[in-house]
Design a protein around this ligand. Structure first.
Ligand code: PLP
Length: 391
């Protein structure tokens, strides 16, 4: 009988499996907490208490106050709300300029583009070859009309961590608000909103073992924001609509679980990632790790395999039971080289031959060794096929 291929999931930056305690909590809330949190009666108050418990857990993970947490439907909505809500509140004061980094997620980039179509001036900050924004580049473009500076904490494709605290100081010197998309760092490394010095921060539950469709924006107390959704008075008038109680309960449990094992899990994942990179670079000729090795979230490794089409290698790995992604996974269906790697100045052939391996709670040394042992043969086979096709 043919042995079934091993199943290895190395795509935790795309999404993560739910922890058993999260599944239990979501199921429990679906069964028991059906009341509307805005209702005055006991059913409603139970649901409201469940939301408040989740709010406290998310706040504790960020060193924030629970009153500063606004629940949303996830990272994309949080980014939209943070940028649009702040920008529109500052517009009346004559601030119609937005700044973002060139390697932001589409949730930020396309929000800036949408505002640009409505007359906002926008500037994109370049990154260096390692994927880091130089604070001097922000100093060069920021002015008295800048409303919001949005720079992600950790990048989804290469994992590099930006100097957010330094950028926030510059934003504030010019009277602008600082937003950071922390979707890929929350739950992986300590994220402390006070230490970062930002005004707005986005997070998403499904990136740290919570359910899809739940996230939050942290809004520093006193920050003026226009509500993103208009309607009822939920979330202190900031985000109308009956809350997704079960998913938010799941977000709270995932936040508590992440906080409890943050340091230990970060160390474990960094060791796995280093073991993986060492093995791949040793065994596969012409393989290169993209992005600054440090500072970087511990779970992300982006590797180019010269003379290999990334999509072909992704499919070959999938046939062996291994799930990874290319830079364009978020907008799959396109073979455009990743805008992140292009912004770093990688030549197109290197950007087109890159795969992202991202690890998480269920990743083991056995998984890493299995994939590192598979890669040399698969890469060699694809390179030989390409050579043959060229003659
Ligand atoms: N921001 C970053 C950096 C991301 O990686 C993602 C998801 O890939 C998002 C935003 C969007 O989050 P969501 O899937 O919760 O809308």
């Amino acid at each position: 009988m043919k042995r079934l291929p091993m199943r290895v999931y190395f795509d935790y930056n795309a999404t993560t499996p739910l922890l058993p305690e999260v599944v239990e909590a979501v199921a429990g809330a679906l069964r028991e907490e059906f009341g509307n949190p805005s209702s005055v009666h006991a059913f409603g108050q139970r649901a409201k208490a469940a939301l408040d418990a989740a709010r406290s857990s998310v706040a504790a993970l960020l060193n924030a106050d629970p009153s500063e947490i606004v629940f949303t439907s996830g990272g994309t909505e949080s980014d939209n709300f943070a940028i649009r809500g702040a920008a529109e509140a500052l517009e009346a004061a004559g601030r119609r300029h937005l700044i973002a980094s060139a390697i932001e997620h589409e949730a930020v980039l396309n929000t800036c583009k949408a505002l640009a179509r409505r007359g906002w001036r926008t500037s994109l900050l370049p990154v260096d070859r390692t994927g880091i924004v130089d604070p001097d580049r922000l100093r060069a473009v920021i002015d008295r009309e800048t409303a919001v500076v949005s720079v992600m904490h950790a990048n989804n494709e290469i994992g590099t961590i930006q100097p957010i605290a330094e950028l926030a100081v510059i934003a504030h010197e010019h009277g602008a608000l600082m937003h950071t998309d922390a979707v890929q760092s929350v739950g992986k490394i300590p994220v402390d909103v006070r230490a970062l010095g930002v005004d707005l921060l986005s997070l998403s539950a499904h990136k740290f073992n919570g359910p899809k469709g739940a996230g939050a924006v942290w809004i520093r107390r006193g920050t003026r924001m226009l509500p993103f959704m208009t309607g009822g008075k939920q979330e202190r008038n900031r985000r109308a609509g009956t809350e997704n109680v079960p998913a938010i309960v799941g977000l709270g449990v995932a936040a508590r679980a992440a906080a409890a094992k943050l340091e230990a899990e970060a160390q474990r994942l960094a060791a796995l990632r280093d073991r993986f990179e060492r093995a791949v670079l040793e065994r596969v000729p012409d393989a290169f790790v993209n992005g600054a090795p440090s500072p970087r979230v511990p779970n992300t490794s982006n590797i180019s395999f010269d003379r290999v089409e990334a999509e072909s290698l992704l499919i070959a790995l999938d046939l062996e039971g291994v799930a990874v992604s290319t830079g364009s996974a978020c907008s799959s269906g396109t073979l455009e080289p990743s805008h992140v790697l292009r912004a770093m100045g990688l030549p197109p052939h290197r950007a087109q031959s890159s795969l992202r391996f991202s690890f998480g709670v269920y990743s083991t040394e056995e998984d890493v060794d299995y994939v590192a042992a598979l890669l040399p043969g698969l890469v060699d086979k694809l390179r030989r096929l390409t050579r043959k096709a060229a003659v």
